[in-house]
Design a binder for this molecule. Structure first.
Ligand SMILES: NC(=O)c1ccc[n+]([C@@H]2O[C@H](COP(=O)([O-])OP(=O)(O)OC[C@H]3O[C@@H](n4cnc5c(N)ncnc54)[C@H](O)[C@@H]3O)[C@@H](O)[C@H]2O)c1
Length: 286
């Protein structure tokens, strides 16, 4: 996608972090914006920032774990702007916790936010883009955690591997269908955002404060781990430029941390040589 002026961006996760800066950059480039997020006050802040630049925008508070709410947000976008040209599936959460400790409800929560929300939006928006007969683009925000494994967060890895896999598979299907839709998957390393505040975005349906897990040392350690890696990540300021350059150059994989490339190569080498995960690969990294 090279020409952004007057194109419509539908973006989830627009209230904080990546979503906010991508929306801001879209506004600067003359895009119309449908801003979607569960955090209404912070979403309103993003809305105020982009309309102050003169952008045409609508904010749509939405819990993306619910397909009917995602569909309603898409309907509202079409009523407002008549079309959708760029889908950014950015909403995401991070839930550390080992396989034998993380509650099942947290597995369901993370799979619904990080995977199913992307499914709901793509299922509905791809046919809309095809019917428009204009050029479209889809960008799923996954993670480097969708390309390599690390200890301590199997649910996050499972969700991000799913996002990468379905983005790759959908790219094939779009090509075979002759659709004029670009596919992208973003796989960043750690970046300083609000991602370690995931607990603040826990919807009621995934909440059970009586579960002793949420008072346990394992839970508290996981929270500290998430805060440490995110606050020590790279600054957020280059992310929007990276995204728009990748869109302009039709780059499928969008990586931000070249220092992790040896881990990707190591994983692929281990697979083809019938190797196994080796925790020492992470020595000096985490
Ligand atoms: N920050 C990093 O280090 C990093 C690295 C790799 C990938 N990512 C991915 O980038 C994406 C954006 O994360 P971020 O780092 O900007 O974090 P963030 O917490 O700043 O932003 C995530 C946004 O998703 C929203 N959200 C959460 N649950 C939601 C729900 N049920 N419905 C609607 N919106 C919901 C939050 O309100 C928030 O605005 C995520 O998919 C994340 O996994 C982040």
């Amino acid at each position: 996608m090279k020409d952004f002026k007057d194109k419509v961006m539908f973006i989830t996760g627009a209230a904080h972090g990546f979503g906010r800066v991508i929306a801001e950059e879209g506004a600067k480039r003359g895009m119309k914006l449908a801003l979607v997020d569960i955090d209404k006050p912070a979403l309103n802040e993003t809305y105020q920032i982009v309309v102050a630049t003169g952008a045409d925008a609508v904010m749509i508070p939405t819990d993306v774990t619910k397909e009917d709410e995602v569909n309603a947000a898409i309907d509202q976008t079409l009523q407002t702007f008549k079309q959708i040209d760029l889908l950014i599936n950015d909403a995401g959460i991070a839930l550390p916790g080992r396989m034998w400790e993380l509650p099942t409800r947290d597995w369901e929560w993370i799979m619904h936010v990080n995977v199913m929300s992307q499914v709901y939006a793509m299922k509905r928006i791809i046919p809309i883009m095809m019917a428009q007969k204009t050029h479209g683009a889809i960008l799923n925000v996954a993670s480097i955690a969708g390309l390599v494994d690390t200890p301590g967060m199997p649910a996050y890895h499972a969700s991000k591997f799913a996002s990468v896999g379905m983005s790759e598979a959908t790219a094939y299907d779009l090509q075979r269908a002759g659709a004029d839709i670009e596919m992208h998957v973003m796989c960043p390393g750690f970046v300083q955002t609000d991602l370690y505040h995931t607990e603040e975005h826990r919807p009621k349906q995934y909440s059970d404060p009586s579960d002793p897990y949420y008072q346990s040392e394992a839970f508290l350690k996981g929270q500290q781990f998430a805060k440490y890696v995110i606050t020590n990540g790279m600054p957020l300021d280059t992310i929007a430029a990276t995204v728009f350059k990748a869109l302009e150059e039709d780059q499928f994989y969008i990586l931000t941390h070249p220092q992790f490339n040896p881990l990707i190569l190591d994983r692929v080498n281990r697979i083809v040589k019938n190797g196994a995960p080796d925790v020492h690969v992470m020595d000096g990294i985490m």
